[in-house]
Write a protein that binds this ligand. Sequence first.
Ligand SMILES: [Zn+2]
Length: 190
Amino acid sequence: MVVDVQRDFCRGGALAVKGGDEVVPGLDRVIEAFERSGFPIFFTRDWHPRDHISFRDRGGPWPPHCVQGTPGAEFHPDLIVPSNAVVVSKGDDRDAEAYSGFQGTDLQARLKKSGVEEIFLGGLTTDYCVKESTMDARKGGFAVNVIEDCIRAVNVKAGDGAMAIEEMRRAGAELTKSSAVIKRLASTQQ
Ligand SMILES: [Zn+2]
């Protein structure tokens, strides 16, 4: 599962995260390996209305970002998005924040329908949408592997990213590396 790798979270974006672009090459390699193995690939995206509750104008913590239909809401231009991948939009209710890809979406049902039991997850950002998606995936009964070299944190406060990783670990998520995921996929016959 690729979480919110959108222009606004990358260099030059409205809510750019330090090193946001750096997750793309590793994720692309994992995405290609998933394609070769025939496993389903899910992408989440922040997909806000212009007057979303999380924006500062409405008392929220963030500048406007990932507004529906704007360039900032697009996936990173170098991110591989296979034509048969499932794209899940979240945060599209103007009055509700949704860090997790499971929140207010049919992601849980779609994963179950695809027969998914184990999720490999990377993207942006470690301390918000990656963390909350991981927590919900654990609650939903999935095994979760967080691809540590393919996530980056906002770090509003120094150490937020490290704390988020610790929280995910305590919730039973495994930490892994993109190279290990690719190796494991190569040894799996679908
Ligand atoms: Zn957002």
